[in-house]
Design a protein around this ligand. Structure first.
Ligand code: SAH
Length: 461
């Protein structure tokens, strides 16, 4: 090992940067983040450094470098564009035993500055010992996507609980067990979601009672089907859950990403076309969580858009079970982007309405007069079967028969199809192309942009 990794407490410690350009500015940001009492020695400063000086965040010694500037400094960074000056700063610091770094000049560094993944108070530092800074940055980028942002909050929670845990659990083994459990518990997720106080109270209560973890339910939007469109939070919870409830709209590729050994429960429509009744799903969620499990309720698109997400969590709330809701990309957004049909556009539509074409008691309950405004886009979910009557009603209530309409089948999936017509021609097109659910109908002038904006097929044209 050429360099020993250390974390240096610089709070209110005197540090000097020699140089006032862009590189110096980047280093200054970093030292200020660490709370250093910073001086910049340079004839001139960038606008950002000057603003920091004016705000009293750093001191400026105008003029060229002189060794007397080093008096009383703990740490120095040489960041001028003159390699000879940087080398002199290095030699002078070495003579005084001051930690020194000459930027981009490993031969003149006592310490090097790593690539940093900051989830303060949790910090990961990556270094290639000056050999391959770009490689270090690539590793950092990997870690950035891999380490949940909430880990900072989790580390803060652990800090708050440390003393209490020490007081109550005498042996180190007990404490380690507690932490292994706690840091991987629903309370940990609660903290990572931002509710540190709630998580703290919960863990303290468990500590007092010597109880094991209670369960929780995560109602997670899985997006329209393409796994790349999952959120980080969704993926994180998919990999943490003990059991997952899913239905038709969740693609196999997405299900692949759920923890291998999690139990999978299908609650969608079976071959006989009967889904598990909603009430049974609600009760199942409650029951599984009461067994102490982390339950993932994975939903297509967004859980709060035509997803009955509200009904499912109402039951959980009533039963006092902790839950979290994670938004997903709703299929209208997925279809719009992947078909090159903006839902709003200054020249075409000033608003967009999402409606369901699902029938209740033989009637499509839609407020037709509200849906005929030519400057509004209407997106119909669950509308394939009812498309003929939807088109007919819109025309009957005054929307032009030649209004452009698209039907987007399996949006964002590899086999997505987009079929374009008008209110008058859509029903025949659906029949002709045997369009099947899941599919969305997009109605309005914006659909005319599809020809030009269909980026996924642009290369082949
Ligand atoms: N919560 C979901 C909607 C559930 S309702 C969301 O936010 O997207 C089910 C309807 O969503 C389907 O009938 C279909 O109209 C639409 N849908 C879901 N996924 C789709 C996809 N990949 N492509 C087209 N439509 C989709």
């Amino acid at each position: 090992m050429d360099y020993l990794p250390l974390f240096l407490k610089l709070h209110q410690q005197r540090c000097l940067i020699v140089g006032g350009g862009d590189v110096a500015t980047r280093k200054a940001r970093l030292l200020l983040q660490a709370g250093a009492a910073l001086t910049i020695a340079a004839p001139e400063l960038t606008a950002e450094l000057a603003a920091l000086r004016d705000a009293g965040q750093l001191q400026h010694k105008a003029g060229h470098y002189a060794a007397t500037l080093l008096d009383g400094q703990r740490l120095v960074i040489a960041a001028t564009d003159d390699a000879a000056i940087n080398a002199t700063v290095y030699t002078d610091c070495e003579a005084r035993g001051i930690l020194v770094n000459a930027v981009d000049d490993p031969g003149h560094c006592r310490f090097i500055v790593p690539a940093i993944v900051d989830r303060s108070p949790l910090v990961v530092a990556v270094s290639s010992g000056g050999n391959a800074p770009v490689l270090a940055r690539m590793v950092k980028a990997r870690l950035e996507t891999w380490l949940p942002h909430g880990y900072g909050l989790l580390a803060a929670l652990a800090g708050k609980l440390r003393d209490a845990v020490k007081q109550r659990l005498a042996s180190e083994t007990e404490r380690r067990r507690f932490w292994e459990d706690a840091l991987d518990s629903p309370a940990a997720e609660q903290a990572m979601g931002g509710d540190i106080d709630g998580a703290q109270a919960r863990l303290l209560a468990q500590l007092e009672a010597g109880a094991r973890n209670a369960g929780a339910v995560y109602l997670v939007g899985a997006g329209p089907g393409n796994p790349d469109l999952l959120t980080f939070r969704a993926l994180h919870l998919m990999q943490k859950s003990d059991v997952v409830l899913y239905d038709n709209l969740v693609s196999p590729q997405i299900l692949e990403l759920v923890r291998r050994d999690a139990e999978r429960i299908y609650v969608g429509k079976k071959a006989n076309n009967h889904a598990l009744p909603q009430e049974e799903i609600n009760q199942l969620l409650v029951r599984l969580a009461q067994q102490g499990k982390r339950v993932l309720r994975l939903k297509g698109g967004d859980p709060f858009i035509f997803g009955r997400g509200g009904e499912e969590i109402a039951e959980l709330a009533a039963a006092g079970i902790p839950f979290e809701v994670v938004p997903g990309i709703t299929s209208a957004a997925g279809a719009s982007c992947y078909a090159g049909i903006p839902l709003t556009h200054r020249d075409h539509a000033q608003s967009v309405t999402f409606v369901t074409g699902h029938r209740r008691a033989d009637e499509i309950e839609l407020d037709w007069p509200r849906l005929v405004n030519p400057t509004e886009t209407v997106v119909v979910y669950m509308g394939v079967k009812q498309a003929p009557s939807i088109c007919q009603q819109l025309i009957a209530h005054g929307r032009a028969a030649d209004t452009p309409v698209a039907i987007v089948e399996r949006a964002t999936w590899p086999d997505q199809r987009t079929i374009v017509g008008t209110l008058a021609t859509l029903p025949a097109l659906i029949e002709q192309h045997t369009v099947k659910p899941p599919a969305l109908i997009i109605i309005g002038s914006v659909v005319s942009l599809h020809d030009q904006l269909d980026w996924r097929h642009a290369a082949q044209d």
